[in-house]
Design a binder for this molecule. Structure first.
Ligand SMILES: NC(=O)c1ccc[n+]([C@@H]2O[C@H](COP(=O)([O-])OP(=O)(O)OC[C@H]3O[C@@H](n4cnc5c(N)ncnc54)[C@H](O)[C@@H]3O)[C@@H](O)[C@H]2O)c1
Length: 450
């Protein structure tokens, strides 16, 4: 480890000033991005892989949905599956066999067995849907063993880990992709399509977030109940920023013409989980001793280098219907989600939204016109299938992936940065520029005909 990285690590341990120190330290370094003739970074172009051999780590609820998708996509071979619970890998093996595919090898020798998978198996891609704390170790092990890496959200919990992903991907020239399914949802892609065609004018502001009453899920004695609640005992932050932020960043061209600049964050009191403990758990349940620091409604405002604004919310501990806000505002129109609707300058009647369906025939994103996407059954409707399909297609064709390691880092670093600002009376915190200036010249996201 270099002196530079040791002193940087000490900064991180010192707490609240960590993010600013990391930002400044890394910003002075040169970007290794090399422009290719079409303007994309060379680094994003891997050789085409006609048959994509996949190892999957974390075969729980969401992992199983991805496994079903991958088994459904031509030119994919699921070669290995890994989980700390053997029944979960057996379920994945059975899914493969029932689909008429070869049985993947199982890795079930404990929480670091993904390292053996990465070292021993001949794979192109390692894809992880483990609990959050394993995303970075799995992706680093994958890349260090010559594989591309993909992860469920968020990619990382700290700014330091975001830098590790960026530096490793750059050095080893491997894809390191955050699989943010909401970037592929129908309304989000329709907004992108309309924005690119000029309907919104200039992108100005977004209001996004993750608003999902997870109280019961967090207290289950299986699946996410085994790990997700623990994060509420350690961090008052936006623990899950990317479902809202990814699509907003995609539309605003973050890392591609604009960049996050700084943020301020604050949180409401923390009540929902302790109320749930008291009202639903037996007197002698050890979980009653847990104390939560996560504010129930955590909000942040992010300013971009071009002056655009994003309001970002994490709201998972109070009674409420599911939403992600999904407001996207341009100089000529506005989209508002849940329910999805649009209003454009000059629209009649004035001051009233029109439902998304009234625009769909003309403005649905081309990717959402495919029957296999519309009819996809596994996990969150078509968006999960579409994100898996796009990843595989990009690898097969040797294209840059829709989202890359810079997106993974820029969206995921919000976990630490929102904690830092919240802990310091909403002090403004700089967002690191993981592209080291290359955002100024990188072309807009290629996705996808929009
Ligand atoms: N994009 C989405 O819409 C969406 C939805 C749900 C979950 N997720 C994400 O997917 C991930 C998994 O969530 P989930 O709901 O499937 O949780 P889960 O608890 O059902 O699945 C996690 C799996 O990982 C396994 N695991 C734990 N530690 C491991 C290790 N060290 N090595 C290998 N396997 C290990 C567990 O046994 C379990 O099977 C999380 O990152 C979560 O944020 C995303």
């Amino acid at each position: 480890m270099s002196d530079h990285s040791i002193s940087r690590r000490r900064f991180i341990e010192a707490g609240a000033l960590a993010s600013a120190a990391t930002t400044l330290g890394r910003n002075s370094e040169a970007s290794p991005l090399t422009p290719a003739p079409d303007g994309a970074g060379d680094f994003f172009r891997a050789a085409p892989i006609p048959l994509v051999r996949v190892g999957f780590v974390g075969c729980g609820l969401q992992g199983t949905e991805h496994i079903k998708n991958l088994l459904d996509i031509e030119g994919v071979e699921l070669r290995a599956v890994c989980d700390i619970v053997p029944e979960k890998t057996e379920r994945a093996q059975k899914l493969a066999k029932d689909a008429g595919k070869r049985e993947p090898r199982a890795f079930t020798r404990g929480p670091r067995d993904f390292e053996r998978l990465c070292a021993e198996e001949d794979l192109d891609l390692v894809y992880t849907a483990t609990p959050w704390e394993f995303h970075v170790p799995v992706m680093l092990a994958a890349m260090k063993n010559g594989k591309h890496a993909a992860t469920e959200v968020p990619a990382a919990q700290t700014v330091e880990d975001c830098w590790k992903l960026v530096e490793t991907a750059e050095k080893l020239r491997k894809h390191c992709v955050l699989m943010e399914n909401c970037c592929y949802d129908r309304p989000e892609l329709m907004v992108l399509h309309m924005l690119r065609k000029g309907l919104f004018g200039e992108a100005m502001h977004a209001e996004v977030g993750y608003q999902h009453d997870l109280r019961e899920i967090k207290f289950e004695t299986r699946d996410e109940g085994l790990w997700r609640r623990a994060h509420a005992t350690r961090l008052n932050a936006n623990l899950y920023p990317t479902h809202g932020l990814g699509p907003a960043a995609q539309a605003m061209g973050i890392n591609r013409g604009d960049q996050f600049d700084y943020l301020v964050a604050m949180a409401s009191p923390s009540r929902g989980l302790q109320d749930f403990q008291r009202e639903h758990l037996p007197e002698d349940d050890p979980r009653r001793k847990e104390r939560y620091v996560l504010g129930d409604v955590h909000t942040a405002m992010i300013k971009t280098k071009l002056g655009k604004t994003i309001y970002l919310v994490h709201d998972t501990n109070l009674p409420r219907p599911y939403a992600r806000y999904n407001v996207f505002q341009g100089s000529k129109g506005i989209y508002s989600g849940f329910p999805p609707r649009f209003y454009f300058d000059g629209q009649k009647p004035a001051h009233r939204y029109k439902a998304l369906e009234e625009f769909a025939a003309e403005w649905d994103h081309p990717l959402w016109k495919a029957d296999r996407v519309i009819n996809a059954k596994n996990g969150h409707g078509g968006m999960d299938f579409l994100e898996d399909l796009r990843l595989v297609e990009c690898l097969q064709q040797g294209l840059p992936t829709d989202f890359d390691v810079y997106d993974a880092a820029a969206w995921s670093c919000m976990v630490e940065l929102t904690a830092t600002s919240t802990a310091s009376r909403s002090k403004a915190v700089d967002v690191p520029d993981f592209t080291r200036g290359a955002w100024k010249s990188r072309p807009p996201l290629g996705i996808i005909g929009g």
